[in-house]
Design a protein around this ligand. Structure first.
Ligand code: ZN
Length: 369
């Protein structure tokens, strides 16, 4: 009987006459995209790495505290201790791509394994060989955010909050008017809410530890206020601390940054489910721009010459993503992100940008009752 049902539903899905209906049947009306810069597959799938839990290779200050927070007997417990929202919520109700132990690697295709090429691949849907540096040069390519912003239904309903100051160039926002907030700039959104004002004041007194990259907690707070006030349909959050602490060889702060990002996402998801504009019609998709080295020495680094830094992960949660959990036997790429974001909203990015890779398989499907 089950086989017959599967076969019949295949016929329905495969029928070209129903293609439009299938799209119309998607529940997603909003998409939240989040990136954790340079957060490795090693910790994403394995939790805290024992080889780096020391002063010499991990630069750890409070080893006992760190062990208490993140070391557990099994891999499953370890990764859930580090990333409870990803493993207790997304992995159970959504999908996770990139587990190499399950023959499901996710790779970036740009070969350079650093940020601008990675973010361009994520949002434009392909690796552009002309992008060879992190220089503040306007992207020559259409991003899925600009594509959506250009449609009447999304006009001024797309916003990005990012810690890194290169994002306005990656999204060429000067040209297309996309709202992109970055790094150490106070928010300009008069009349300011109490929280926006408080964050602007806090920004003034925080240590400018990285001149080109702000703290995640600030971008997150600005994004949350934007969400409550302006109800965007597409919201991008670019968090950068994992990469910065990684380069500084501070494994403790790298893990804490990931753990905090997980908490922000859990809180954001709870907030969304209390808002009628978002409840049960919002999809969340989370990934990273690149991996990092695999050894005790080069885990801090990434780039074309760093082996295994091409491996990344992608997590998806929402009403149109069947709960397949950790995907197995499926190879995917970073370049599939852009079309997936559009596809979840029932839009076809590949038609607008034929170089873009196809959406992720199994994401953005009408679900059986
Ligand atoms: Zn980096």
């Amino acid at each position: 009987m089950r086989r017959i049902i599967v076969f019949v539903s295949f016929l329905i899905f495969a029928s070209p006459l129903c293609a439009g209906d299938k799209q119309a049947a998607l529940k997603t009306q909003n998409v939240i995209v989040v990136t954790l810069d340079g957060f490795r597959v090693q910790e994403f799938f394995g939790g805290a790495d024992d080889a780096l839990m020391n002063k010499q290779f991990g630069g750890i200050k409070d080893l006992d505290g760190l062990k208490r927070r993140y070391v557990r007997p099994t891999t499953e417990e370890r990764r859930a201790a580090l990333l409870p929202f990803f493993w207790d919520e997304i992995a159970k109700k959504g999908q996770i791509f990139g587990d190499r132990t399950k023959k499901a690697p996710t790779r970036l295709t740009n070969g350079l394994k650093f940020s601008y090429p990675g973010y361009s691949e994520i949002f434009c849907g392909f690796a552009d060989p002309a992008i060879k540096s992190n220089a503040k040069k306007a992207n020559a390519n259409l991003s899925v955010l600009e594509f959506l912003h250009g449609k009447p239904a999304y006009k001024d309903k797309v916003a990005a909050f990012c810690t890194w100051d290169v994002f306005p160039f990656i999204f060429r926002s000067e040209r297309n008017g996309l709202k992109v907030h970055t790094d150490w700039k106070p928010i300009d959104d008069a009349p300011l809410t109490e929280r926006q004002r408080a964050m602007n004041e806090t920004l003034k007194v925080l240590p400018r530890y990285w001149p080109d990259n702000g703290f995640d907690v600030i971008s997150m707070a600005y994004a949350r206020e934007h969400l409550l006030r302006h109800k965007p349909r597409v919201l991008y959050l670019g968090l950068g601390e994992t990469d910065e602490w990684g380069h500084s060889r501070r494994y403790d702060l790298y893990l804490d940054a990931a753990n905090n990002a997980d908490r922000y996402l859990a809180e954001l998801w709870q907030t969304l489910q209390k808002m009628p504009e978002y409840k049960d019609k919002t999809s969340l998709i989370v990934t990273t721009d690149h991996g990092r080295g695999d050894t005790r020495v080069d885990w801090t680094d990434h780039g074309a010459k760093v082996p295994l830094a091409e491996f990344i992960w992608i997590a998806v949660l929402g009403p149109d993503t069947p709960p397949l959990g950790v995907r197995e036997n499926i190879e995917t790429t970073q370049s599939q992100m852009a079309a997936t974001i559009a596809h979840l909203l029932g839009e076809d990015f590949v038609a607008a940008n034929p170089k873009a890779a196809a959406p992720l398989p199994g994401v953005g499907q009408k679900q059986e009752k």
